[in-house]
Ligand binder design. Sequence first.
Ligand code: FAD
Length: 534
Amino acid sequence: MTDQHESKPTDLFIIGGGINGCGIARDAAGRGLSVSLAEMGDLASATSSASTKLFHGGLRYLEYFEFRLVHEALAEREVLLRAMPHISWPMRFVLPYHPSMRFESETPTSKLLTLVMPWMKGRRPAWLIRLGLFMYDHLDFGRRKLLPGTSSLSLRGTPEGEPLDDRFEKAYEYSDCWVQDSRLVVLNARDAEARGAKIMTRTKALSAKREGDLWRVEVENTETGERSVHFARMLVNAGGPWVGEIIQTTVHLNVREGVRLVRGSHIVTRKLYDHDKCYFFQGTDGRIIFAIPYEEDFTLIGTTDAEHHDPDARPVCTPEEQQYLIDFANRYFKRDISAEDVVWTYSGVRPLYDDGASSATAATRDYTLKVEGGGAPLLNVFGGKITTYRRLAESALDKIAEQLGDVPDAWTAGVPLPGGDFPVNGGPRLVVSLRSAYPFLNEHWARRLVRTYGTEARALLGDAESAEALGRDFGATLTAAEVDWLMDREYARSAEDVLWRRTKLGLHFSEPQVAALQSYMQARGAGKTVDSSV
Ligand SMILES: Cc1cc2nc3c(=O)[nH]c(=O)nc-3n(C[C@H](O)[C@H](O)[C@H](O)COP(=O)(O)OP(=O)(O)OC[C@H]3O[C@@H](n4cnc5c(N)ncnc54)[C@H](O)[C@@H]3O)c2cc1C
């Protein structure tokens, strides 16, 4: 075992390479703190690659009176959009209205309405939706400059109405944003590393013990089995679904706060309609789901809320959840979909702060940060949204500063992530300039590179004058040059990392293509000579 006691202890040791761990690592490293981060799998291998991928205020949380969360998330959307215009972009959401729409009976709003207007019998009236959307437009207290506000729209004879059942005649339309969640995590990790953090993937924290005023953390490389020990002044538990397990079995503490694991699944079908807007569908059970244009050729539909009891049980979309989403969508779309239309499913576990709510849907989506003192301090992170990760990191740094003292001010608002140093809406121009510098790129390929790497696409392509110069073509425009970039700079180790987290090219890959990519990466990772030619 390597004992790193001789090396200087770091200020922070972070367990967990999801969005919260990597967001805190970046913020802390940028303030001059020394940081080590251990992720037992790939970055974003758990919840942070399985979200609905929205930077959103969370319209439905208004019904739960989650005003703090909605305000913070709404105000945050444009801060994030400006920092990463390559991996995030604005979206319009179409909310079809029909008088039969119902509340989830447990929301504070539905209880209040039932009390004062008992004849409504759990129905969600149009005026209430309009009120909610008015609040959604204004609850950011004027920070919305780029995203258009709410409007009404007729569904008769319009592209938005075309795929929907004829009983829907009118709709409301509002703004939120899309984000490629797993790329967000990797770019935060890269930026943290560029600012001095040590990012260790495939590294599991086995135990953490207090020794005097330091933490002694033992980790294991999950590929080689090699163990090492690290020392830090403060420990951050950003283990997502494992936050409770880390408290109990890694740190051995008795802590009152708990985590509630709520699984959410999505299905992906071939494209169900031609325009670029999303749908917000309200169900007869009071829940809502989204249907979102996905990866150009597909439609993403989700999500569900199901209790999940064991963080180690890999979340999968059950046949019941799949059918629930299909039935939900079929109440809206003219053309019925069936299980045969589903080309992919994915599932993730929300690590929610256990606030004792009656149902999984009602449990708070807000985050809670708790510091355990008594010698070297421990910070436990519960809950949180992709959308609020940067604010969560700032709050975490406030808590860290209280413990470690002398921490510089917040800095991440307005600082782009790698590749994001261009204006919002500047993507199309970047595609044009990339195609003129590299005429062998077609429109689709150039757009994919810009939406993945932003301004860094040029560094990836280097001085290539032809597609052949980028080396072996693994399929769907993935070349050896791109795979090498992902291995050398973005911590990718396996075909799955590349095909499902650094990109979503897995949607287009056949099994033999996956196998070819895997053996290339294995050989290259092991330092063997690989055939990277065409
Ligand atoms: C279905 C679904 C839809 C969602 N949609 C949205 C959305 O549209 N917008 C939004 O803003 N939010 C959304 N969220 C919420 C958001 O995805 C999560 O809040 C967020 O990803 C949680 O990040 P995290 O870093 O806390 O957890 P994770 O991403 O799970 O990261 C924790 C990491 O810790 C690692 N780890 C655990 N134990 C150890 C150990 N002992 N050693 C080393 N590493 C360890 C794990 O491998 C894991 O990678 C959604 C969540 C779900 C499930």
